[in-house]
Design a protein around this ligand. Structure first.
Ligand code: BES
Ligand code: ZN
Length: 528
């Protein structure tokens, strides 16, 4: 995963030898180092065995990496081990170099917690019972299209460069804490004037960096939650010191920037979701998915009905023939199929590939482990991704000096947020009758409405009373005595007129006392 990967393939064993030598040379110091419990996948465990044979698995479980119902089962052995922090970094580095894949791992606070977590990861279907499975229909083009057409690569560039300016965003460093505060302030500023949008920070135990959570409250289906996320931390694997440079422009300023541009355009268009939408900048992903693990566990403990999760981690480096690669392991196949449909529908020129990422490669895995439906669209095929990540050279310039690639992910993210965000319980139209009484002096006017029409029907106004009352009805706007859809202006208080509609809409009424009058107005909505 560093620029060293650019060396000829034949020299890879040399690199591993150097890494192994480094590991064993520091063996004595290691024994004194801080120990952590982590769960690792098969490939990482095999690598660990070579590098540090003294490390033995304290627990092992076989996990399903695809859906329990899939025709061909795909499984992976996951092991619980206790390692030194230095070992952890070296392991990840060696796996990226040697195996051209992620050396993902999940951090655990203790051996007992690791065992509990592993048991839960091995049995996710049982936890899915109470979740709502979305219909995955694409029926909100009228809301999606104007938002996508507003989105611009230049805004993504700005956010990537702003986040890259922190010396590093390591989870224990000053820059890491500052970057979290910066993101909170940026998102809160974008939401000014929207009382339905809030931005909070989620504090974690053992380090100062906080996750940032933006919430757009759903209008009428708020208990169902759609989550989009990326990680706000960065890492330089060869030096995690306070002043070590780790711009993390692609990993993962790009993901945060893609999400932020989707948010900006949604706000600019006045979009208000029916479901609640949350955008999350996770803390401490690079050290074992620690931020997202806390948040997903917290949501699960509070029975939050998260109906879908999208992870944006590395969106701006174009290194493969196709544009967007959907990972098929530790992700939800139905939701990923829906994302593929979103891409082909709203960005017809954007091509899709499929690949695997391995165990615990990014924050979507924290949600999958809790039984939620999660997906991860990625910038390249595995092994062709940005070679500069986790080094001082993960810069905007080294991502191709553009944000055109990240814009595809931003548009996909907005389509995901809006198509999932716009679903609510079906409103069943029923007959409604409302009555109003009052009196008029000669020439006096009163307005009534709007009266809601759901999927069409008729709206009838009827008056009774004394004197002379005139009735006007208009679709979509207030009537006047000269602009109306229907009128009834006989020389008495008894009037009646009806408008009919074929879709959702609003109807307004106007009454005029032609002479001094009293009235009872009855408004009846009858569905189609
Ligand atoms: N963005 C990477 C994951 C990634 C890298 C996916 C390259 C696909 C290709 C992520 O931030 C990361 O570095 N993950 C670690 C695991 C993590 C738990 C420390 C990894 O993959 O080694
Ligand atoms: Zn990342």
């Amino acid at each position: 995963m560093s620029q060293k990967r650019k060396v000829a393939a034949g020299s890879a064993p040399v690199i591993l030898a150097v890494l192994l030598a480094g590991l064993f040379a520091s063996g004595a110091a290691m024994a004194e180092g801080k120990k952590s419990w982590i769960t690792v996948g098969e490939k990482a465990y095999a690598q660990l065995q070579k590098m540090a044979p003294q490390v033995i698995a304290r627990d092992t479980k076989t996990l399903r990496t695809n859906a329990a119902g899939a025709k061909v089962a795909s499984t992976e052995q996951v092991h619980l081990v206790e390692v030194d922090e230095e070992q952890m970094r070296k392991l990840s580095e060696a796996i990226h170099h040697e195996l051209k894949r992620c050396g993902g791992f999940m951090f655990h606070a203790s051996e007992a917690e690791g065992k509990r977590s592993l048991a839960q990861q091995a049995a996710p279907p049982a936890t899915l019972a109470t979740l709502t499975r979305p219909a995955y229909t694409l029926d909100n083009a009228a809301l999606v299209t104007p938002v996508l057409s507003q989105m611009q690569a230049g805004n993504i560039t700005t956010t990537i460069n702003d986040l890259s300016t922190f010396v590093n965003r390591y989870y224990t460093s000053t820059g890491g804490t500052d970057a979290s505060n910066w993101l909170r302030t940026k998102w809160a500023g974008m939401a000014t004037g929207r009382s339905d949008i809030t931005v909070t920070q989620f504090a974690h135990t053992g380090y100062t960096q906080k996750s940032v959570i933006l919430t757009i409250a759903g209008t009428d289906n708020a208990s169902e939650v759609v989550v989009l996320g990326g990680h706000l931390d960065s890492i330089n694997v060869s030096n995690t010191g306070e002043t070590a440079r780790a711009p993390g422009a692609d990993d993962d300023a790009s993901g945060i920037a893609s999400m932020t541009e989707a948010l900006r355009a949604m706000i600019a268009n006045g979009y208000k979701p029916r479901r609640t939408i949350k955008m999350i900048g996770y803390a401490a992903e690079e050290v074992g998915l620690r931020g997202s693990k806390d948040i997903a566990a917290n949501f699960k403990a509070n029975n939050v009905n998260v109906v879908g999760v999208m992870q944006l981690d590395m969106t701006n480096y174009k290194g493969s023939p196709n544009d967007i690669y959907l990972f098929t392991d530790y992700t939800d196949a139905l939701q990923s199929d829906f994302i593929a449909k979103l891409i082909t529908t709203y960005q017809p020129g954007v091509t899709i590939g499929y690949d695997k990422c391995g165990y615990a490669c990014s924050d979507h895995a924290s949600w999958t482990a809790q039984g939620y439906y999660a997906s991860m669209p990625f910038e390249t095929a595995m092994g062709q991704d940005n070679p500069y990540i986790h080094t001082a050279n993960d810069t905007y310039a080294n991502s191709g000096n553009q944000a055109a690639h990240a814009l595809k992910f931003a548009k996909m993210a907005a389509a995901f947020a809006i198509e999932l965000g716009s679903d609510g319980p079906a409103v069943v139209p029923t007959q409604r009758v409302e009555t109003f009484t009052g009196s008029f002096t000669a020439g006096q006017i009163k307005s009534f409405g709007p009266f809601k029409v759901i999927s069409g029907g008729t709206l009838k106004g009827e008056t009774t009373g004394t004197g002379d009352v005139d009735l006007y009805i208009r679709k979509s706007a207030l009537p006047t005595t000269s602009t109306y859809t229907c009128k009834s202006d006989g020389a008495a208080a008894a009037e009646t007129c009806t408008v009919s509609m074929t879709a959702n809409g609003d109807v307004y009424l106007l009454l005029k006392g032609y002479s001094a009058s009293t009235y009872t107005l009855k408004v009846t909505y009858s569905p189609q």
